[in-house]
Write a protein that binds this ligand. Structure first.
Ligand SMILES: C[S@@+](CC[C@H](N)C(=O)[O-])C[C@H]1O[C@@H](n2cnc3c(N)ncnc32)[C@H](O)[C@@H]1O
Length: 211
């Protein structure tokens, strides 16, 4: 729209006032077509089935003996860990996102595997049927979690990674805490890169489930 010179001048002056400028810029960002498109994906992503819990329980149900489950990155266990059906379950989380942090090992995954290797916790021989990697979602960390998990998964066991298929580049950002993107609080991080690396390795069988 073309404003007459007086109005244009007034607009220029008003936009120099920070709260007004922030309001105008903020409103246009929230109405941006890309922002709205990705926001829609946020909702559809959260309603996809099966849930991670169903996938994990399905894999555990394939075993006829006692089952051993390890979860790396738990946050609040009411969303997944408490519903896992295994004979023995272990949880690891340094408690960065949930103050109560009711887990077995309140340490990072690197520390957990180091202690496990050195025989300081559990048994260095322990092997799990299913290991769920859902801790720090950065490629290098996930890659280390996979390598460490391969040493502690049964030959017929499964390693499950969460968040390998980001619905947009905003979900795949490196920095978790920057929430002013269309993905807002949702974060797949760069987990997909670690998955892709192992997907290319013919010695392991892998697949990505759209759920
Ligand atoms: C996405 S949440 C886990 C969600 C949970 N698995 C579920 O399905 O509901 C990620 C968790 O990983 C934890 N975390 C962050 N860095 C970690 C690390 N280096 N080792 C293990 N856990 C980590 C955080 O404290 C947070 O609680």
């Amino acid at each position: 729209m073309q404003f007459p010179p007086m109005k244009r001048k007034l607009k220029e002056i008003l936009l120099k006032v920070k709260p007004i400028k922030n309001y105008v810029k903020g409103r246009s960002s929230f109405n941006d077509a890309q922002f709205l498109k990705v926001q829609k994906r946020n909702y559809s992503e959260l309603s996809k089935k099966p849930s991670r819990t169903e996938v994990l329980n399905f894999l555990l149900s394939l075993k006829s003996d006692d089952t051993f489950y390890l979860e790396i990155g738990v946050r609040n266990p009411i969303y997944n860990f408490n519903y896992i059906k295994a004979t023995k379950k272990y949880s690891v989380d340094p408690g960065l996102e949930y103050d109560q942090n009711p887990v077995d090992f309140k340490i990072t995954s690197d520390e957990f595997f180091r202690k496990l290797r050195n025989g300081e916790i559990l048994s260095s021989e322990i092997k799990f049927d299913v290991i769920f990697i859902d801790g720090l979602h950065l490629a290098e960390q996930v890659d280390r979690d996979i390598i460490n998990s391969l040493n502690h998964v049964k030959d017929d066991g499964f390693i499950v990674l969460h968040d390998c298929n980001p619905p947009s580049e905003w979900h795949a950002r490196e920095y978790h805490k920057y929430w002013f993107t269309p993905a807002q609080g949702l974060w797949n991080g760069t987990t997909w890169k670690a998955f892709f690396k192992w997907r290319c390795n013919p010695l392991v069988n892998s697949c990505c489930i759209e759920c």
